[in-house]
Ligand binder design. Structure first.
Ligand code: SF4
Length: 335
């Protein structure tokens, strides 16, 4: 704390601002993140892997945990980035029209609107308007996504594919674009309308809507950490939540190991992202021996790897070789 008798008033003003701005920002984010609204139907941008989660999103919308201020800040940054990309496209000479153009998907039997959505815009090319969806992400995620196929590798990004497919289907469009950004660079991916995938998504919407109307829940999926650990309704989900009381274990060694585990976990993610960022470009250019600057050398070696693509098998063949066993997956968190 500065002595107010000797400090110039402009320094006092700066000190006041240094405390005030972060506090005001936090209060603003907290206030913005404290609202929920009742969804009338499913949203194209938010179709998860699990039917039960989808049904919870309508029947239990008022129990969904509120976003924390950090998440709210990420939403805001994403919105500003979308606006920046539209300006960038316009600076490059493209006309972006139909921003936030809506789609509606109706139930095939009842005609009710069961899903709505919107696309970020369309780029005019002669007489055609090509749909474009803008997605911003952190630099680590951005480095890992190099094609639409990479979206398909994670449940979170698979939602993007479903959103685009529903948009193309809803508007009778054959192709669209994703533009992804890490807040500095962009990558552009072309997406074609996939009728097979649309059919699956429409069936999921219809099935889940029928549960909503009956005020019933589908069975939970078998626990999948990459889906269930990010599910906002996990605490309501009967099968994955452990309702048994906790056992109290006294073990200083275990406590120490957990503390270190929590320290190392973020480093693992960073390590994996860096590993890909370093080796990926060399693989792409088929470089097997590289000296980097004056300190490092990377040497590659070609190896034979045998793989079996089970996707090429018929459903009956997959069924015949399927094995199922129960595994216990633990989640470690600080109290
Ligand atoms: S916790 Fe898992 S099974 Fe339960 S609703 Fe969520 S995603 Fe579905």
């Amino acid at each position: 704390m500065t002595n107010t008798n000797t400090v110039p008033t402009e320094v006092l003003a700066a000190e006041k601002l240094a405390k005030e701005i972060p506090a005001k920002r936090l209060a603003d984010l907290t206030q913005k993140s404290q609202s929920r609204w009742m969804p009338k139907n499913f949203y194209a941008s938010s179709i998860p892997e699990c039917d039960r989660q989808m049904v919870h999103s309508i029947l239990d919308w008022d129990k969904k945990p509120l976003a924390d201020p950090n998440l709210q800040a990420i939403f805001e940054a994403g919105k500003s980035e979308e606006a920046r990309i539209v300006r960038m496209l316009s600076d490059l000479g493209y006309e972006v029209i139909a921003q936030q153009n809506p789609i509606q998907i109706r139930h095939p039997r009842t005609g009710e609107i069961i899903c709505t959505g919107k696309i970020d815009g369309k780029i005019l090319v002669g007489r055609h308007a090509v749909p474009v969806e803008l997605k911003s992400m952190n630099p680590n995620a951005y480095a890992r996504i190099n094609s639409v196929e990479d979206f398909a590798k994670s449940p979170y990004y698979r939602k993007y594919i479903k959103q685009m497919q529903l948009y193309l289907y809803g508007n009778g469009e054959e192709a669209g674009l994703f533009i992804i950004s890490d807040f500095r660079n962009i990558k552009v991916f072309l997406v074609y309308l996939d009728f097979g995938l649309c059919e699956q998504i429409l069936k999921q919407l219809e099935r889940c809507w029928d549960y909503v109307k009956a005020k019933k829940y589908p069975e939970p999926i078998a626990y999948r950490p990459e889906v269930c650990d990010y599910c906002p309704f996990e605490f309501l989900c009967t099968k994955t939540t452990c309702h048994k009381g906790a056992e109290f274990l006294e073990s200083p060694e275990l406590e120490q190991d957990i503390a270190r585990w929590l320290e190392l976990k973020p480093l693992k993610t960073e390590f994996e992202a860096l590993d890909k960022a370093i080796k990926g470009p060399l693989k792409e250019q088929d470089i097997l021996n590289a000296i980097i600057g004056s300190k490092y050398q990377i040497v590659g070696r070609k190896q034979k790897r045998t793989g079996y693509d089970v996707n090429l098998l018929e459903e009956a063949q997959k069924e015949a070789i399927k094995t199922e066993s129960e595994v216990t997956v633990y989640k470690i968190a600080a109290l």
